[in-house]
Design a protein around this ligand. Sequence first.
Ligand SMILES: Nc1ncnc2c1ncn2[C@@H]1O[C@H](COP(=O)(O)OP(=O)(O)O)[C@@H](O)[C@H]1O
Ligand SMILES: [Mg+2]
Length: 283
Amino acid sequence: MEESKVIAVMGSQGSGKTTAALKLALALSAAKKNVIVVFCDPFTPVIPAVLPAHVPHDTSLGNLLTAPALTQTTILNACVPTEKSDYISLLGYCAGESLMHYPQITREKAVEFFVLLRYLADYIIVDCTSTFEADPASIVAIELADRVLKLGTANLKGVSYYLTHNPMLADSRFRKDTHSTVIGNLKTGQDWEAAAQQLGGADFVLPYAPELEQQFDELALLMPLTQTESAGYSAAIQRILGIQPEKSKPKVTSEAAPASQSPKKAKSKIAFRLPFAKGRGEF
Ligand SMILES: Nc1ncnc2c1ncn2[C@@H]1O[C@H](COP(=O)(O)OP(=O)(O)O)[C@@H](O)[C@H]1O
Ligand SMILES: [Mg+2]
């Protein structure tokens, strides 16, 4: 697996960013990696659409991004554990909120947030809002991420979005060498090669899988995909992460275990799991 701790997922509306962010987190959690998924969208809060209503979610990303003093403990306490995985927790805006609920979020605060966040889990996946130019957290995430996945649909809407938004990333503070272009939600009959040409090439393709829509509607995106038609999507997620398919994984014996799997490191990671799996403190 590649060492890209912070992965920002950006792109057009409906290109599958939220779906991909959760499936990337799920794939990493299967490899026993802790993941915090940050849903930056302050215009249509995502957590209410991906977590069952009974899961408490009372500390918003908005609170963190406007807190006078931000600490790692404050951020960890705000993470919402997921029932489906001890390894995955979520941060995002609460139901009914918008940027109007908070004082202006500054670029400095967003930088502070991502700098602190980076050390709180093995991986941070940031689901950016499509209009990232209007959201300081999304734009800073794209700037600071070790890796940026730029999702676009293989249709005129995806191309139009790209033509508008890609030039916004021309400044050298956005490191183009960390960017990958991904065709998302590719439907049968869509010409991904033609679209890829317009998007300046494509590194990965995430094919359409009906099971994903079903999982989305049933708040079950943190469940593994099981249908045969979903295999292409799962394989693409693994390719993006550089994870070898299960069958061809070499067995690691205790003598041959790489340094990253040494017992000492594994122990400290288990300690990090606690705030995700157990109750949360006061904000
Ligand atoms: N690869 C895919 N196959 C099938 N449906 C998908 C796929 N990717 C996304 N979707 C569906 O498309 C819709 C938008 O996906 P979403 O992840 O919310 O996109 P975004 O976050 O980019 O707006 C959802 O209904 C989701 O189920
Ligand atoms: Mg989304």
